[in-house]
Design a protein around this ligand. Structure first.
Ligand SMILES: *Cc1c(COP(=O)(O)O)cnc(C)c1O
Length: 358
C-alpha cells in the first residue's frame, strides 16, 4: 500500500450512517439544515468561539471574509508562504495581494516588515497560521489598529491550536478554517468563518445565502452554504478530535526523536498549544529534498512539497515582490506523512529512508 502525505480520518461507518438515516427521515438535504446547525453549535462550543459560520469550503470562507468586511478592490497584505487559495481568494475578490516575507523560525508573516508595505490603498492584512503555528497576533493587531486595517487570518491549519489559552481561530476580525478531507478535522469539503463582530457575522450569513432572506433581497451574495451530508461527516468525526490529535502527536514525537539532527524544524512559540496538523521539515538544500523524495518514491512513499512555489512567484501576478526567505524555505521544505493510521513501523521506515539518503 502506498503511503501518502495524508489520509483522511474515517469515522466508524455505523456512526456516519446514523446521521445519513436522519437526513432520509427529515428530507432536508441542505440550506442550513438541522445537522449543519448542530455541527456549528458543537464546534463553536468545542473551540469556545462565538459567531461561527459553517460554509462550503475554506476558500469560500476567505472570499466571504473579504466581502463581509468590504475590502473591495483594496490592497491586502499577505504571506507568500501558504497554499495558493490564500492568494487566489484575494484576486478572485478583485483585491490586490501585497506580499510580505516570512520569518524563518515558524514561516509566518514577518511582522517587522508589514508597516513598510502599507500604502493609502491598504485595507486589510491576511496572514496565515501556517501548519497550525501562530502568527504574532498581538503585534499584527497593534499595526492594524494604528493604520485602521482589518485582519483576516487564514486559519485553514489552525483548528484546535490554542494561543495563550484561547483558540487560535478567535483572533482578528475574521478567522477562516478549512474542513477539507486532507485537514485535521474534516467534513469531506467544508470550512468556517469565526467572526469577532455579531453584525459582521449576520452580514456574512446573509451573503453566504445569496444575500436574501425569503423575499427580501438585501445585498450581493453567493452560495456558501453547506450540505447536510457534509455536516453528517463532521458530526461523525467530532467525537474523535482528541484521538486524531493524540495519534498525530505520537507520529510527530517519533519523527522528532529520529530526525532532529538531520533536518531543521520550526521553532514553537511557548504560548502555543500545538494541534500537530503537519510535520514540516526543512532540508539543507533543494537537492537533498529531491534525493529524499526519490528514495521515498522507490518505496511507494510520497511526501509533499508544502508549500512550493512561494506564492509571490506565481506567473499570473501583475506585481513583482521580493521574498527571499519564503523563496528559500519553499525550495527546501516538505511535509512528511502524518495521519492517525500511520503506524510506528511505517514512520520508522520513513525515517530510515531519510537517514540513508542523507
Ligand atoms: C486547504 C487550504 C485552504 C483552502 O481550503 P479548502 O477548504 O480546500 O477550500 C486555504 N488556505 C490554506 C492555507 C489551506 O491549506
Amino acid at each position: 500500500m502506498p503511503i501518502y502525505v495524508t489520509k483522511s480520518f474515517m469515522p466508524p461507518i455505523k456512526e456516519y450512517e446514523k446521521y445519513i438515516k436522519s437526513i432520509y427521515s427529515s428530507g432536508i438535504l441542505t440550506n442550513q439544515g438541522p445537522l449543519s446547525i448542530e455541527l456549528e453549535n458543537k464546534l463553536s462550543s468545542y473551540l469556545e468561539v462565538k459567531n461561527f459560520q459553517y460554509v462550503t469550503n475554506g476558500t469560500i470562507a476567505l472570499q466571504l471574509a473579504l466581502a463581509a468586511l468590504d475590502i473591495d478592490g483594496g490592497e491586502v497584505i499577505t504571506t507568500p508562504f501558504s497554499y495558493v487559495a490564500t492568494t487566489t481568494s484575494i484576486l478572485w475578490e478583485r483585491c490586490t495581494p501585497v506580499f510580505v516575507d516570512i520569518e524563518p523560525d515558524n514561516f509566518t508573516i514577518d511582522v517587522t516588515k508589514i508597516e513598510a508595505a502599507i500604502t493609502p490603498k491598504t485595507r486589510a492584512i491576511m496572514p496565515v497560521h501556517v501548519f497550525g503555528y501562530a502568527c504574532d497576533v498581538e503585534k499584527i493587531q497593534q499595526i492594524a489598529d494604528k493604520h485602521n486595517l482589518k485582519v483576516i487570518y487564514d486559519g485553514a491549519h489552525a483548528f484546535a491550536s490554542k494561543f495563550k489559552g484561547k483558540s487560535l481561530l478567535s483572533y482578528g476580525d475574521i478567522t477562516t478554517c478549512s474542513f477539507h478531507a486532507t485537514k485535521l478535522f474534516h467534513t469531506i469539503e467544508g470550512g468556517a468563518c469565526i467572526i469577532k463582530d455579531k453584525d459582521i457575522s449576520d452580514k456574512l450569513e446573509l451573503q453566504k445565502k445569496f444575500g436574501h432572506f425569503y423575499d427580501d433581497y438585501k445585498c450581493v451574495g453567493i452560495n456558501g452554504k453547506q450540505s447536510e451530508f457534509n455536516a453528517a461527516m463532521g458530526l461523525a468525526n467530532y467525537p474523535y478530535i482528541s484521538k486524531i490529535i493524540t495519534e498525530r502527536k505520537r507520529v510527530s514525537n517519533l519523527y522528532d526523536k529520529e530526525l532532529s539532527i538531520l533536518v531543521q524544524r520550526p521553532k514553537q512559540q511557548s504560548d502555543l498549544e500545538y494541534n500537530y496538523a503537519y510535520y514540516p521539515v526543512v532540508f539543507r538544500s533543494e537537492a537533498d529534498l529531491l534525493k529524499v523524495f526519490d528514495e521515498l518514491k522507490k518505496q511507494d512513499i510520497y511526501a509533499r512539497r508544502y508549500f512550493w512555489p512561494s506564492l509571490n512567484t506565481l506567473t499570473y501576478l501583475k506585481d513583482k515582490f521580493d521574498c527571499p526567505i519564503s523563496e528559500d524555505i519553499a525550495s527546501r521544505i516538505a511535509c512528511l506523512p502524518l495521519y492517525p493510521d500511520l503506524t510506528n513501523d511505517e514512520a520508522l521506515k520513513i525515517c530510515m529512508i531519510i537517514k540513508e539518503s542523507l
